[in-house]
Design a protein around this ligand. Structure first.
Ligand SMILES: NCc1[nH]cc(CCC(=O)O)c1CC(=O)O
Ligand SMILES: [Zn+2]
Ligand SMILES: [Zn+2]
Length: 327
């Protein structure tokens, strides 16, 4: 055989196989999504998300302490209100006694080194379940949406969030939030992570169950990106970087590896995050249960692929497992 045909000499040993990676998975790459509900003593199983629960603030310390000891460095909080009165503009989103703001304050005091991000959106708090404020005909009204989302983000930052992460996909919200943070004197104290390329995906189903955030009519196709829209995704990434995003996110992750690679190329000087969403996690579990593959092997293959595509940060429900697996 010709010398130029031989590749296998380079990866015969587990150690030389590792050297084939440009970058390896590390514990600090994982950000753990947490659902915080408004019953302070809740610990409620979420049937479509294996192993995940809705937590009341009183349960957070016992759940998180062992994870922090294993190396958990960051979490992202999602509010799951049941008791509040939802309205047209999502008033409960920044209720000072609401679960997100209480959890931010509590986690800041319990775990001084834990990085606390907050998802910012209105859909969990609006009566119609959409991510913005609507015109009377049910279409998105962009200026008041941006204004409301920016004020929610500023409330979370004031409560002590290290990072605010708007997932609403309203045009101009990155600029609006950055300006709001600057006006509040927090512009250089709080990271702005943009869900820049968020696609209208079938993979959010378990999340919408968990968070009670399914729209009451219509869908999100006028503000989340069409799955085919590589060009729009690239434009959104560039726009959000120009508007002041500190981190660019792609969501979902595995079906959109090309967009992660595009983000890494378009904004090479920003951290690139990707969200292995609820449906991806549920799908990996379902496949393992069906005997298609081994769960751990597939969890590694999926997230290593994200890193290979260019991700520096992965939001994943597998975070607790990876803290074990990477120990
Ligand atoms: N704006 C809400 C939001 N923030 C994060 C997710 C999805 C996360 C997941 O599926 O794990 C969603 C769902 C949606 O847009 O319907
Ligand atoms: Zn939303
Ligand atoms: Zn209008």
């Amino acid at each position: 055989m010709d010398i130029s045909s031989i590749l296998q000499g380079g990866y015969q040993h587990p150690t030389s196989r590792k050297w084939q990676a440009k970058r390896q998975l590390t514990k600090s790459m994982f950000m753990y999504p947490l659902f915080i509900t408004d019953d302070p003593d809740a610990s409620v199983d979420i049937p479509t998300l294996p192993g995940q629960r809705r937590w009341g603030v009183n349960k957070l310390e016992a759940f998180l302490r062992p994870l922090v000891e294993k190396g958990l460095e960051s979490v992202i909080l999602f509010g799951v209100p049941f008791k509040c009165r939802k309205d047209e503009v999502g008033t409960p989103a920044d209720d000072p006694d609401g679960p997100v703001i209480l959890a931010i304050k509590l986690l800041r005091s319990l775990f001084p080194n834990l990085y606390i991000a907050c998802d910012v959106c209105l859909c969990e708090y609006t009566s119609h379940g959409h991510c913005g404020v609507l015109h009377s005909d049910g279409t998105i009204d962009t200026p008041p949406s941006v204004e409301r989302i920016a004020s929610v983000a500023v409330s979370y930052a004031k409560a002590g969030a290290h990072c605010v992460a708007p997932s609403d996909m309203m045009d101009g919200r990155i600029k609006g939030i950055k300006q709001g943070l600057m006006d509040a004197g927090l512009g250089n104290k709080c990271t702005l992570m943009s869900y820049s390329a968020k696609f209208a995906s079938a993979l959010y189903g378990p999340f919408r169950d968990a968070a009670g955030s399914a729209p009451s009519f219509g869908d999100r196709k006028c503000y989340q990106l069409p799955p085919t829209a590589k060009g729009l995704a690239r434009r959104a990434i560039t726009r959000d970087a120009n508007e002041g995003a500190d981190i660019i996110m792609v969501k979902p992750a595995l079906p959109y590896l090309d967009i992660i690679a595009d983000a890494a190329q378009l904004t090479p000087d920003h951290p690139i995050a990707c969200y292995q969403v609820s449906g991806e996690f549920a799908m990996i579990h379902a496949g393992a249960r069906a005997g298609v593959y081994d769960l751990k092997t597939m969890a590694f293959e999926s997230t290593e692929s994200m890193v290979r595509a260019g991700a520096t940060l992965i939001l994943s429900y597998f975070t607790p497992e990876f803290l074990e697996w990477l120990s």
